[in-house]
Design a protein around this ligand. Structure first.
Ligand code: FCX
Length: 435
């Protein structure tokens, strides 16, 4: 076993006792109640999921295993000369709750490299897609095609104790995570840069560095990749992608089915796809302005025009957050350091000055502040990834770290098949006394 797997098993054994005690001794304790608006309104805020991988405070933003994003970026080991840490180290942190040492990350780096060979049939699946397909559809199918590699399925069919589910799930999850960046880069080159051909991985590079290399991008795009994968990794369990991954895996579907499903959820414009919508929307403004930076008045008018057409301002608002998203702030700081004179960055900064006040004046959005998606396209665009359909693929690779870590723990703690109860509208009317 690797150091990570050893440590994970140790943590699992300790944690099982806590979960068993809670269910056995406090199983009937009420922790929340449900209102009619919550039942009809997307179950907002109902406390009905458990995860220890991350927690989202509405005012502080995300913490991974208790660490804020700036702390994660500061504490995780970094490649020499890099500003951003190894993504491999993040996986260690999400799974164990501990910041890995340099040696532990080095071991994991080698493990990931050994697992990253992608079977040839996956390239064939990708190549079979027409080149005007959305990259998210291709990614989902490519991940799905890998399902035949599942160790969990083989072991399950042979008969396996529930206590061992986590082990083969860990193997499947780690194999998939190691392959995802290669699949993403292959999709990028197929759709947008066929002249790059089929690049082979560089054995000397870490996950983020190799992804940049396979995309054909020079430094500091390796740091952009590391930053991007890390800040998108997890956002507790109720968001569509994380919840979908957990839900599908709860039926003991393997991680390939679950990850493909989470990718499909992330592909919606109210979720991950919002980052491409931000770019599309900003390009519309840029075209309208003939390229010049709009005045504050022109900016305000563009925002109001969008709202008056009944559309949302992409990159603003959030179902849980009630403050500027720290994932936005991390990227903003990266832009201030690396691309302060970028035109698009200036647009995004100018928007930040007008949108929150307008959303407050309109009075609908509960959170008028920017979320992660408001800033992420700008960074990609600056480094030449101008094909904004691709941005959610990057989000998916990052999100798979959180979703898969959660699924391993779900299996380890024996979390049940998900099965909430539904009622009819007639029943609701009876419950509130109008029928
Ligand atoms: N622009 C205009 N109106 C907005 C808005 C925005 N950015 N954000 C919320 N609203 C509106 C909602 O559409 C809703 O209107 P309705 O009453 O007519 O249906 C009302 O304000 C109340 O919504 P609220 O409770 O604040 O937000 P929800 O939890 O329903 O939705 C999302 C949250 C994120 C979906 C919403 O803020 C939105 O549509 N934002 C724009 C899309 C976006 O940026 N998504 C990415 C979010 C995230 F970071 C991610 O998952 O990637």
């Amino acid at each position: 076993m690797s150091t990570l797997k050893d440590k994970l098993y140790e943590k699992i054994q300790e944690h099982r006792l806590r979960t068993t005690k809670l269910v056995k001794e406090y199983g009937d304790k009420v922790i929340d109640q449900v209102t009619v608006s919550q039942a009809i309104g997307g179950m907002r805020g109902i406390k009905s999921l458990v995860t220890d991988i991350s927690y989202l405070d509405p005012f502080e933003g995300i913490r991974y295993r208790g660490f804020t994003l700036p702390e994660v970026l500061e504490k995780l080991p970094k490649p020499e000369g890099a500003d951003m840490p190894y993504v491999e180290g993040l996986y260690f942190l999400l799974l164990t709750g501990e910041i890995p040492t340099e040696i532990e990350v080095e071991e994991l780096k080698v493990d990931f490299k050994n697992r990253r060979i992608v079977p040839h049939y996956v390239w064939d699946v990708i190549d079979a897609f027409p080149s005007n397909s959305h990259p998210m559809a291709i990614l989902s199918a490519a991940v799905m095609s890998l399902e035949r590699e599942s160790h969990f399925n083989v072991k399950y069919r042979k008969g396996m104790s529930k206590m061992d589910y986590w082990d083969s799930t860990y193997e499947d999850a780690t194999n998939l995570i190691a392959k995802m960046p290669l699949i993403g880069a292959y999709i990028y080159n197929k759709l947008y840069h066929p002249e790059n051909g089929h690049r082979y991985p560089d054995p000397n590079l870490d996950l983020g560095g190799n992804f940049a290399y396979m995309m054909g991008k020079d430094k500091p795009y390796d740091d952009v990749s590391r930053m991007y994968f890390i800040i998108h990794a997890d956002h507790e369990s109720g968001n569509v992608s994380a919840h979908t991954g957990h839900l599908v895996a709860s039926s003991l579907s393997d991680v390939y089915y679950a990850t493909s499903a989470m990718i499909n959820g992330l592909a919606g414009p109210l979720h991950g796809l919002a980052n491409q919508e931000v770019l599309r929307w900003l390009q519309g403004l840029k075209d309208q302005m003939g390229g010049k930076i709009p005045s504050e008045e022109e900016m305000k008018k563009y925002v109001w025009d969008t709202l008056n057409k009944g559309q949302v301002i992409p990159g603003y608002g959030h179902a849980v957050l009630r403050k500027t998203d720290p994932r936005y702030t991390v990227q903003r700081e990266f832009c201030l350091k690396n691309l302060p004179d970028d035109d698009l960055f200036k647009y995004v900064d100018a928007l930040y000055k007008v949108v929150p006040d307008i959303l407050r004046e309109q009075g609908k959005a509960k959170n008028p502040w920017p979320n992660v998606d408001a800033q992420s396209g700008v960074v990609q665009w600056h480094y030449g990834v101008t094909q904004y359909d691709f941005y959610t693929v990057l989000f998916s690779i990052g999100r798979s770290f959180g979703v898969l870590s959660n699924i391993i723990w779900d299996r380890a703690l024996g979390y049940a098949l998900e099965r909430p109860k539904s009622v009819t509208t007639d029943m609701l009317e009876e419950m509130v006394g109008i029928k």
